[in-house]
Design a protein around this ligand. Structure first.
Ligand SMILES: [Zn+2]
Length: 324
């Protein structure tokens, strides 16, 4: 059974044939669009290292969401830039906090969109770490208690899905318990189960104003060299009640996505992060890469690796390209 009987090129001869036998079909239905919400009105400030991505006030976010829904993207994930920051990120818990206001406004606009909220402290703490600090260290259990309150507050505002990104141990169980105690048992948890300590978050920190003011995040985010540990994190989060799990970043961790996909039976997300987006944008702006072609290739690669859901800043462009 070999050449010349078998000629794989036979099935590549025309677009109809290639389409017929295509193994991975990228669709808009699996995309989530990240948004950054800031205080004020009529604000739409472009993030310099992420062309096409904006910090936006609540009114502008609602308009953007209308556009997102119009192109068929099923959901958005919100990150907040609060008015004030302190040591414990207390502005993240306010019923009238920035994310809570945005969630409520999107709900009020009655758009066919899933609203996901990022649950973490780094955007709200004056030191920029994802948890509360004691003696120069991020304290796990004290942080988890605050994260559960934050998730509850987002759910009360109308979030469909809460997405803890802090990498504290035990937070999924604490959030599930808190939501259930408050009769919010239908709110789902998408856990950033395997979030790596990555250099690819650089542009995001400009967008979310969340750079740590001292030290780094190596004591809670994962070591980029590890994959068995990712499977352990995923198993723990599912046992604690995560409805979906995520790998972040995506492009340098396709093997992790594949192994996570093979190791569990919940939907797997991949976060195509800011640095991955910025690289493509920079190269495309220089005329060094064909943006549409490489973005579709990158996202197809993530899906082929096993991602059911892709969070990406390219989502609106992809939706338009796939529709044309
Ligand atoms: Zn964080």
């Amino acid at each position: 059974m070999s050449f010349p009987t078998h000629r794989p090129r036979r099935l590549r001869r025309t677009e109809a044939l290639r389409g017929l036998v295509r193994e991975t079909r990228l669709t808009t239905a699996g995309l989530i669009y990240p948004l950054f919400v800031c205080p004020g009105e009529k604000i739409r400030q472009e993030v310099s290292s992420m062309p096409g991505v904006f910090q936006q006030s609540v009114d502008a976010i609602v308009e953007e969401c209308r556009e997102v829904a119009d192109v068929g993207i099923p959901g958005v994930i919100l990150f907040g830039l609060p008015e004030t920051k302190d040591a414990t990120g207390s502005s993240s818990l306010l019923a009238q906090g920035i994310v809570q206001k945005a969630v409520a406004a999107i709900r009020k606009a009655n758009l066919p969109l899933l609203v996901i909220t990022d649950v973490c402290l780094c955007e709200y703490t004056d030191h920029g770490h994802c948890g509360v600090i004691e003696n120069g260290e991020v304290r796990n259990d004290a942080t988890v208690a605050i994260l559960a309150e934050q998730a509850l507050s987002h759910a009360r505002a109308g979030a469909d899905i809460v997405a803890p990104s802090d990498m504290m141990d035990g937070r999924v169980a604490a959030i599930r318990a808190k939501l259930d105690e408050n009769k919010l048992e239908d709110v789902a948890i998408l856990s950033y189960a395997a979030k790596y300590c990555s250099g690819f978050y650089g542009p995001f920190r400009e967008a979310a104003q969340s750079s740590p003011q001292f030290g780094d995040r190596r004591s809670y985010q994962m070591d980029p060299a590890n994959v068995r540990e990712a499977l352990k994190e995923v198993a723990l989060d599912i046992a604690e009640g995560a409805d979906m799990v995520m790998v972040k970043p995506a492009l340098p961790y396709l093997d992790v996505i594949r192994q996570v996909r093979d190791s569990c039976n919940v939907p797997v997300g991949a976060y195509n992060v800011s640095g991955e987006y910025a690289m493509v944008k920079a190269a495309a702006r220089n005329g060094w890469l064909d943006e549409e072609r490489v973005v579709l290739e990158i996202l197809t690669g993530m899906q082929r690796a096993g991602a059911d859901i892709i969070l990406t800043y390219h989502a609106k462009d992809v939706a338009r390209w796939l529709a044309s």
